[in-house]
Design a binder for this molecule. Structure first.
Ligand code: S3P
Ligand code: PEP
Length: 449
């Protein structure tokens, strides 16, 4: 079974200072890609630090269904024996990607130019999310998709028997769409070109190069132009997955909110296409120091030293949105404890994540006594100061891990406890969240246990 099991609620209560070392798990984006590129390579890929969240486990299972041999050797320590570019076999079962947009969209790309058919589904959240953004460009390669649900899962994809290369301008800032097109381009002859107006996370480009593909990236007047030479022979690699900046954002923001906190979050990726949240926090006045910057597994990483800081609201520059897209929920929670107003614009993409995150944060913050306003592509939060948030609400998480974790962080400083109705989805990206936060001193508990 995929997914996160039965729903259970959790409650966060006003806590004393957070302290200690928070070792957050491996990066989710890189973990998915390590498994997929490993499966498309010849020979053995060894992965350390793989995120063992449900999203990534579902991708591992899918790679087995397409014919790769995927083995766990120990915690975070995995290997993949791949089948080579174009070597996927037709899966016997429906591919269930659970809660994961990244999983399903990248896997559809990876199979779209092979002469096989697969049917994809997911949980109630994933089955509501738009897939046309991926099946449209995949159709240009010659793949066909069938769905009765207006571009939603469940969906059957018939891979192109004779794929042609594609030149595609991605119409929204989306690393998933970009990556799906590049992965499809692997098994098309000639050059596939993807153009993105705004730079999004670049793990696919970096890792394709690392696995032996010829890929170039040029900054031009029309945007970033990425050119991939088709039908390379990819070779298995050793991948050391850095710690996930999107997961790190939760203990980091919690420490900034809870008075007298002082924590260290070691080895967190500082890839410039991912680190917008840390710049934003510093602009709000955070005592957040990047110590010991270094390179690990081809990614820049640093240790984050974070101390409680009185924060002020800011306008987050919209051009920074792609580099912190998954961090807006926790930023909105944090903004409720700042002095002054925080304005987040250019975030329309949040409406098509695991939940409509603008709506989920707006309703949850209102329930906690925080004044907000929203438009189709923005959210404004009126800060109430370090201990001014009333709390005392049950917040609906809508099968969205980041909504659940954001409100559990806010509950650590609210005047009255904050409960989230379903904390199950946290296991999709950050299975150790509860123990890690408790070890730092956070009063987070499962209800009725
Ligand atoms: O490529 C990826 O690994 C991801 C891309 C982003 O989605 P979009 O491409 O839909 O913006 C992000 O929200 C998601 O968590 C992971
Ligand atoms: C949006 C997210 O993931 P995905 O799109 O892979 O479901 C996320 O992890 O915040």
């Amino acid at each position: 079974m995929s997914g996160h099991g039965p729903a259970f609620s959790m409650t966060a209560r006003k806590s004393g200072p957070l302290s200690g070392v928070a070792e957050v798990p491996g990066d989710k984006s890189i973990s998915h890609r390590a498994l997929i590129l490993g499966a498309l390579s010849i020979g053995k890929t060894s992965i350390t630090g793989l995120l063992e969240g449900q999203d990534v486990l579902d991708t591992a299972k899918a790679m087995q269904a397409f014919g790769a041999e995927v083995t766990q050797h120990g915690p975070g320590d995995w290997s993949v024996h791949g089948v080579g570019v174009g070597g996927f076999s037709e899966p016997e079962q429906v591919i269930d990607c659970g809660n994961s947009g990244t999983g399903v969209r990248l896997i559809m790309g990876a199979m779209a130019t092979t002469d096989i058919t697969a049917t994809f589904t997911g949980d109630a959240s994933l089955n509501k999310r738009p897939m046309g953004r991926v099946t449209d460009p995949l159709a240009l390669f010659g793949a066909q998709s069938h769905t009765r649900r207006g571009g939603r899962l469940p969906l059957t994809l018939i891979g192109a028997a004779q794929p042609v290369p594609v030149r595609y301008r991605v119409p929204m800032p989306s690393a998933q769409v970009k990556s799906a097109v590049l992965l499809a381009g692997l098994n098309a002859p000639g050059q596939t070109v993807v153009i993105e107006q705004e730079p999004t996370r670049d793990h696919t480009e970096r890792m394709l190069r690392g696995f032996g593909a010829v890929i170039t990236v040029e900054d031009t007047d029309e945007g970033r132009v990425i050119t991939l030479n088709g039908q390379p022979e990819l070779e298995g690699q050793n991948v050391a997955v850095p710690r996930d900046p999107s997961s790190a954002a939760f203990p980091v923001c919690a420490a900034l909110m809870v008075q007298n906190s002082d924590i260290l979050v070691p080895g967190v990726s500082q890839n410039p296409t991912r680190n917008g949240i840390f710049t934003t926090l510093q602009e709000m006045g955070a005592d957040l120091v990047l110590e010991n910057p270094r390179e690990e597994g081809g990614e820049p990483v640093a240790d984050l030293r974070v101390r409680f800081s009185p924060l002020r609201g800011i306008e987050v520059p919209p051009e920074r949105a792609a580099s912190m897209i998954d961090e807006y929920p926790v930023l909105a929670a944090l903004a409720a404890t700042a002095e002054g107003v925080t304005v987040m614009r250019g975030i329309k993409e949040l409406r098509v994540k695991e939940s409509d995150r603008i709506d989920a944060m707006a309703r949850g913050l209102e329930a906690c006594g925080v004044r907000i306003s929203e438009t189709e592509d923005s959210l404004t939060v009126h800060g109430m100061g370090s201990d001014g948030v009333p709390g005392g609400a049950t917040v609906q998480t809508h099968l969205d891990h980041r909504i659940a974790m954001s409100f559990l962080c806010l509950g650590l400083v609210a005047q009255k406890p904050i409960k989230v109705d379903d904390a199950g989805p946290i296991a999709t990206s950050f299975p150790s969240f509860e123990t890690l936060m408790r070890d730092l001193g956070a009063r987070i508990t499962r209800d009725n246990s």
